[in-house]
Design a protein around this ligand. Structure first.
Ligand SMILES: Cc1cc2nc3c(=O)[nH]c(=O)nc-3n(C[C@H](O)[C@H](O)[C@H](O)COP(=O)(O)OP(=O)(O)OC[C@H]3O[C@@H](n4cnc5c(N)ncnc54)[C@H](O)[C@@H]3O)c2cc1C
Length: 291
């Protein structure tokens, strides 16, 4: 039995399912990080400390921001860390990377950045300049985060998505996570879906182990289920990407109404400025996401 859990560029998928495609969406994302210090903490909008924050900018530009912090005490079984903070089982055991930081990810249609099409390795200052130009009219608090990002943390990537395919004939080779259903990051559910696959595959193996079913039918059941919810996640992530980068007045207004409605279900909405400058807290998770 071979399981391909080798991520979006899966070599195993290329051999098993050569018809499965991964395509460009036309969106370019640039991200940066700031180590948490007194200065960066003071410069960061408070909403970022309460959880992942979505900012709809003008002209189809989008910013995602979040702070990653850790609580210094171990959490008793069954309790949750304070909103916006992650807990580690034993903060002193050295197993975990406990770097605390604020990260942002800026994205827009690739053509808006004015970066040459064939330029693959872009210098940090080119990336930062490109984002700063597109954020020229944004609220100063958000622009400052870009200006303060450490040069070595700047990265860019072209956002891609898998193209859904129908089920294939099951054999003793299967796939899990991004290896099959890689998706745009705009719903923040790729890792969640990969973990769902792992749980479903574990259940399938457990039923084989208990003698309830043969391996291939158990795998076929896993694949049927995983192809269905996995590609559903791919489609909703693509829709979300289009939604947060839409430029039409009506589409943007509808997105704002939706985000505000989701946000109000989770508490008050933090604001920086007015109109498109409103900083929205993402409704789908209050916990920081380490990316
Ligand atoms: C910017 C960004 C933000 C995201 N935010 C979120 C979020 O908030 N929430 C969320 O749920 N998801 C998020 N995701 C998606 C998430 O990161 C992926 O969906 C998830 O990592 C997929 O897990 P995976 O195990 O399938 O693949 P991966 O995490 O890619 O793991 C595959 C592993 O296989 C290894 N590998 C590859 N080839 C080989 C080989 N030949 N031999 C040995 N090892 C190999 C790789 O090194 C890698 O470690 C985000 C993604 C991006 C790009």
């Amino acid at each position: 039995m071979l399981i391909g859990a080798d991520g979006a560029g899966s070599h195993l998928r290329a051999q098993l399912l050569p018809q499965a495609q991964r395509v460009e969406t036309g969106i370019l994302a640039i991200s940066g990080k700031l180590r948490l210090t007194q200065a960066t903490r003071a410069a960061t909008p408070p909403a970022f400390f309460r959880g992942p924050t979505l900012v709809l900018g003008p002209r189809g530009c989008f910013l995602f921001g979040s702070a990653v912090e850790y609580e210094s005490i171990a959490h008793p079984e069954g309790t949750r860390p304070e909103a916006g903070k992650a807990a580690v089982a034993d903060p002193d055991d050295g197993t975990y990377d406990r770097e605390e930081y604020v990260m942002w990810g800026f994205s827009a249609g690739r053509e808006k950045f004015g970066i040459p099409e064939n330029n693959t390795a872009l210098a940090d200052d080119v990336l930062k300049d490109a984002v700063e130009k597109l954020m020229a009219e944004w609220h100063p608090a958000l622009r400052r985060l870009v200006q303060m990002a450490e040069a070595s943390t700047l990265t860019s990537f072209r956002v891609k998505t898998s193209v859904p395919i129908p089920p294939w004939k099951t054999r003793n080779v299967t796939l899990l996570g991004d290896a099959l259903h890689n998706m745009t990051p705009f719903r923040g559910i790729g890792a969640n879906t990969a973990l769902r696959d792992a749980a479903a595959l574990r259940r399938a193996f457990a039923s084989v182990e208990r003698g309830e079913i043969e391996l291939i039918p158990a795998l076929a059941g896993y694949e049927r289920e995983m192809i269905d919810y996995g590609f559903r996640a791919v489609r909703t992530s693509l829709r979300e990407m289009k939604r947060v980068h839409s430029e039409g007045f009506l589409a943007r207004a509808a997105t704002k109404v939706l985000l505000r409605a989701v946000d109000s279900g989770f508490g008050s909405c933090a604001q920086v400025g007015v109109s498109w400058r409103v900083v929205k807290r993402a409704g789908h998770s209050r916990r920081p996401t380490a990316i």
